[in-house]
Design a protein around this ligand. Structure first.
Ligand SMILES: [Mg+2]
Length: 224
């Protein structure tokens, strides 16, 4: 989840892999953060609680799930967005890493370059970078806005090797399918509470919610 408010914004341009310190001859694995490497909803829920609000997991959406305790109407979307931005500025360093993610990426990084592609707002750069470093996830971080297809395509086009892309959101997976159909796509939903709510399209993008299984699938897709 996360990134949903930015769909209308244009995507950022892909940087050079060499400028990210990546070997252009190796396979590439492009990985999302929220609900893939980190338990965003859990962390955002705790952050909202500290402000006297609650996040109800009633649907796979963000701003329609923020409530004042006891209220039946969700918070105004503008207010929700303000708390969301504040979370990324002040609170995104406190989320729990997804179980198994760091170990899986450490294994994958032996044979592939890893890039972290997040649709978090710019104010999160410092907190998010530190969080990644603290949890053994210190791979190059790209902040994106809007659909992820164009930037994923721009990265993947720089290597003759295979690439993979991992995200929890169908909109990002579809965007990559459209912009870079050769990139292997995998859906991953880290929080068990969200798994039954998250829309999938299994005929287009395999979904693997367990990180060790996902690691094996990515490895066989990009290194065969
Ligand atoms: Mg996400």
């Amino acid at each position: 989840m996360a990134g949903t408010p930015h769909h209308a914004a244009p995507s950022v341009k892909a940087p050079e892999l060499s400028a990210l310190g990546l070997d252009q001859t190796r396979p590439l694995v492009i990985v999302d953060v929220d609900e893939v490497l980190g338990l965003f909803v859990e962390g955002f829920g705790a952050f909202l609680e500290s402000r006297g609000l609650e996040l109800r997991l009633e649907r796979f959406a963000l701003f329609q799930n923020i409530y004042r305790p006891g209220a039946t109407e969700h918070l105004e979307v503008d207010q929700g967005r303000r708390h969301y931005d504040d979370f990324f500025r002040y609170g995104c360093g406190d989320i729990r890493p997804a179980p198994g993610a760091a170990r899986a990426l450490a294994q994958l990084s032996k044979r592939a370059g890893v890039v972290i592609l997040t649709n978090a707002p710019g104010v999160s750069r410092l907190g998010r970078t530190r969080w990644l470093g603290r949890h053994g996830l210190d791979y190059p971080l790209l902040l994106n806005t809007g659909p992820k297809g164009p930037v994923a395509a721009g990265l993947a086009a720089q290597t003759p090797a295979a690439s993979a892309f991992v995200d929890d959101l169908l909109s990002n997976l579809d965007s990559v399918a459209e912009a870079a159909p050769a990139v292997h796509r995998f859906q991953h939903v880290a929080d068990p509470r969200l798994r039954p709510l998250a829309p999938s399209a299994l005929q287009r993008h395999p979904r693997i919610d367990d990180w060790s299984e996902l690691q094996a699938a990515i490895e066989s897709a990009v290194t065969r």
